[in-house]
Design a binder for this molecule. Structure first.
Ligand code: C2E
Ligand code: CA
Ligand code: CA
Ligand code: CA
Length: 279
């Protein structure tokens, strides 16, 4: 079952032959799916902290498998990353998102944030810079702001190349957000090495924002750190009004979570968040 995908990735560490061949066949299946264009973008709204107005969206990939149906990213992203396929998958995703947004750009709020999750493999060459340039090219100035969300699932090795890459990305106005901030070990190193613009507070801290004193402390410290470093904050996993009120009081600029909307296909996103009254 596809549920085993993530687990198998972990089992690989123990290197059993049967696991190895199973992994190989899953990798083959991933290749096939990339060629067949089965990976599709879902969009989750990101809103302004104070007004709740739409600020943009995060792109979250889904695998539309012809037999298994819709497969969530946790079940294939780790293998896509370790097999290197993630780069091609993300590039295709960017093309689809570009086409989606181009069809609606006149209806979107100005400086619409569009965020992609970027893996370490994408930061090993300057190709990502070209991809971002190509992505932004057809849009009118100031209509779209491209965000790259970096996680610590795989460490991004800081090298002279990454220094140059992030400098150039900064030059063309691409924004960098550190995802799941507060959960990893290298966040502070990332902060130093990459030209970071935003911190995304992990949902585990947001989930307890109204109850658990320790999580509240961590959340407060992250917000404080961000303001000292002149970064803005996105809180993810906001599910209820109490959490929202807490974050708003702390001056968190952007929020994301089921309270505002789940990840959905583009047409649904537009219907729910951009043109809710039409039709
Ligand atoms: P993430 O980047 O931290 O994305 C946020 C996850 O939290 C998403 O899960 C989203 O559906 C979920 N979420 C959003 N709001 C709420 C909420 O209010 N409550 C709760 N409980 N969950 C919420 P999803 O879509 O299953 O994605 C899981 C992870 O897979 C993402 O975590 C991201 O790390 C990875 N991923 C997704 N798409 C891509 C992609 O295109 N490329 C890469 N490299 N990774 C991706
Ligand atoms: Ca993310
Ligand atoms: Ca996250
Ligand atoms: Ca910057």
């Amino acid at each position: 079952s596809w549920l085993l995908l993530t687990l198998l990735g972990l089992l690989m560490a123990y290197g059993g032959h049967r696991v190895l061949s199973r992994r190989n066949s899953l990798t083959t299946e991933l290749h096939r799916a990339v060629e067949a264009g089965e990976f599709v973008p879902f969009y989750q709204p990101v809103v302004q902290g104070g007004s709740g107005e739409l600020a943009g969206a995060e792109v979250l990939v889904r695998w539309m498998h012809p037999v298994e149906g819709l497969i969530p990213p946790n079940q294939f992203i780790p293998l896509a990353e370790s097999s290197g396929l993630i780069v091609k998958m993300t590039n295709q995703l960017m093309d689809k998102v570009q086409a989606d947004l181009l069809g609606q750009v006149k209806n979107l709020p100005e400086r619409f944030h569009i965020g992609f999750n970027i893996s370490a493999a994408h930061c090993r060459s300057m190709e990502l810079l070209e991809r971002c340039r190509d992505f932004l090219k057809p849009f009118p100035p100031a209509s779209i702001v491209l965000f790259l969300e970096l996680t610590e699932r795989e460490i991004i090795q800081a090298t002279p190349l990454t220094d140059e890459l992030f400098k150039q990305l900064d030059n063309i106005g691409v924004q960098v957000a550190l995802d799941d901030f507060g959960t990893g070990n290298s966040s502070l190193e990332y902060l130093q090495r990459f030209t970071v613009n935003a911190l995304k507070i992990d949902q585990s801290f947001v989930a307890k924002a109204d109850s658990d004193a320790l999580s509240t402390h961590i959340l407060d410290i992250i917000v404080d750190l961000a303001s000292r470093l002149d970064l803005f904050v996105v809180a993810e996993g906001v599910e209820n009004a109490m959490q929202r009120a807490y974050l708003e009081k702390r001056g968190v600029e952007y929020m994301q979570g089921y309270l505002f909307g789940r990840p959905v296909p583009f047409a649904d996103f537009i219907a729910a968040h951009v043109a809710p009254t039409s039709k």
